[in-house]
Design a protein around this ligand. Structure first.
Ligand SMILES: Nc1nc2c(ncn2[C@@H]2O[C@H](COP(=O)(O)OP(=O)(O)OP(=O)(O)O)[C@@H](O)[C@H]2O)c(=O)[nH]1
Ligand SMILES: [Mg+2]
Length: 444
């Protein structure tokens, strides 16, 4: 989502890095660019104005301008201010109470039901026992959707008898949770097309009935400045304790999402990164700032890898890398594992220094390069996969025909693999994996 913004900021700040002793005019020129980049990314104009003013004030001090690392220091100021901008409020996810009640609120289609399921999964990982409550009595399909999600995660879903009021549903849900020894209740409430009094009154009544410890406003990050206005309206009417920004995997400019917490003072607690139930990230301002400024986000990457990769398999792989017995068969395995971690472009953007290649890597995926690589390896015999040196011209032709690719495609892969083996000789462990990842991205 933040690709364009990220690219522009990196370009602008790139002109500063490595420069010592810069002038006030240099800072001003860079700040003009930063300002434009933020505005173009749809960041709220007032937020931009304050942001640029704060960065400038810190950057033009003599101790910065005259230093030999002035450029880097200005970049660091931009980074720190971006973190600050994203850091409003208390980001702790509170789950006190038995059961702890979490109410999901927001407009129609913002992602409440999806986020309810994602959050439940997250809560299970925290060692708690959630129950989902279908608190949308207006659309029977809404409860069905929640029930399906609950089933897929093996988490119970409570439905109240038809005709129960929303606060009534919430109360019954809490009672059901107590009976079933569930210690967290997540209320999936109904959305409305627009912010209206009836919706706010309903949320207020739920609040009075079951006193949620968290009232999370779910906001669709694709909706632009409108999202800021919606958030302001909710925050004015009900005690919102946190935000979940959904659909940040989309291609909107993203600036509005960045502004919401600065404008409302309500902290962002989670990000929705895909339609699937594992597409939820705990929000870390420093990580997002790092990703936007192209400094990578190695923490999220490591966490995601830990979640995705099978530890046994990983240990075996490291062993192989050390002994230099990594084969095309292993490459096929890795290829599949890496793809499980998420879109390649997204993964690459988390690797420090690789942000600039993220688009290219994603383009390679979109062009079908990975699929082609997979097909080629699948068309090989076990012997060939273990020892590509047996691949003579006739075998290569057979593989090309068998995989629906061309001889040059096969040649390229074999060459890439042998180059990869060379790199791997020099690296092991995480470094090896990183090199493997970039080789796997299919760059030519
Ligand atoms: N790509 C992407 N899609 C999402 C994300 N979160 C939700 N969606 C999609 O957005 C659509 C609406 O999501 P729901 O969870 O049904 O939204 P809701 O707020 O419960 O909607 P109502 O109950 O009608 O008010 C669905 O198609 C979801 O798959 C996300 O983080 N990324
Ligand atoms: Mg819903």
């Amino acid at each position: 989502m933040f690709d364009t913004l990220s690219e522009r900021l990196r370009k602008t700040l790139g002109t500063l890095t490595g420069r010592g002793r810069i002038s006030e005019a240099d800072v001003d020129a860079a700040m003009r660019e930063v300002r434009l980049a933020l505005l173009e990314a749809d960041v709220n104009f007032k937020v931009v104005k304050d942001f640029v003013a704060r960065v400038r004030e810190k950057a033009v001090g003599a101790d910065v301008l005259d230093s030999l690392t002035a450029g880097q220091q200005v970049v660091k100021i931009v980074h720190d201010e971006l973190v600050e901008l994203l850091s409003a409020g208390d980001r702790t996810f509170h789950l006190s109470g038995n059961p702890a009640v979490v109410a999901m609120v927001g407009l129609q289609g913002s992602g409440k039901t999806t986020s309810t399921a994602k959050l439940a999964r997250h809560i299970v990982k925290l060692g708690r026992r959630p129950m989902l409550v279908a608190a949308d009595p207006y659309r029977p399909a809404a409860a069905d959707q929640l029930e399906t999600l609950g089933k897929s995660l093996d988490i119970p879903v409570f439905r109240a008898p038809v005709g129960t009021s929303v606060p009534g549903i919430a109360r019954l849900g809490v009672e059901a949770a107590k009976r079933q020894v569930r210690d967290v209740v997540i209320l999936d409430t109904a959305g409305r097309l627009t912010v209206d009094e009836a919706l706010m009154a309903e949320i207020a009544a739920v609040n009075a009935a079951v006193k949620p410890v968290e009232t999370l406003l779910v906001v669709d990050a694709m909706t632009g400045q409108e999202a800021v206005a919606v958030a302001q309206a909710f925050v004015a009417a009900v005690p919102v304790t946190g935000l979940i920004l959904t659909k940040i995997d989309g291609d909107a400019r993203g600036g509005a999402a960045l502004s919401i917490s600065a404008v409302t003072g309500v902290p962002v607690k989670f990000l929705g990164t895909s339609e699937k139930t594992d597409g939820l990230e705990v929000f870390h301002p420093d990580r997002l700032a790092g990703r936007i400024l192209g400094m990578g986000d190695i923490m999220t990457l490591v966490e995601r890898a830990q979640e995705t990769f099978d530890t046994d398999q990983q240990a075996k792989l490291e062993e192989k890398l050390r002994k230099n017995s990594f084969t095309l068969e292993d490459m096929l395995d890795q290829l599949q594992q890496v793809q499980k971690m998420g879109p390649l472009g997204q993964i690459m953007s988390m690797i420090p220094g690789m942000g600039g290649m993220a688009n290219e890597a994603q383009a390679a995926v979109d062009r079908g390069d990975l699929k082609r690589t997979e097909a080629i390896i699948r068309a090989m015999t076990t012997v060939e996969r273990r020892d590509p040196t047996v691949l003579n011209a006739s075998r290569r032709r057979r593989i090309a025909a068998g995989s629906g690719t061309t001889l040059p495609d096969v040649n390229r892969l074999v060459k890439q693999f042998s180059e990869m083996q060379k790199v791997m000789k020099q690296l092991s462990g995480a470094g090896g994996r990183r090199a493997a990842m970039s080789a796997l991205s299919g760059r030519r």
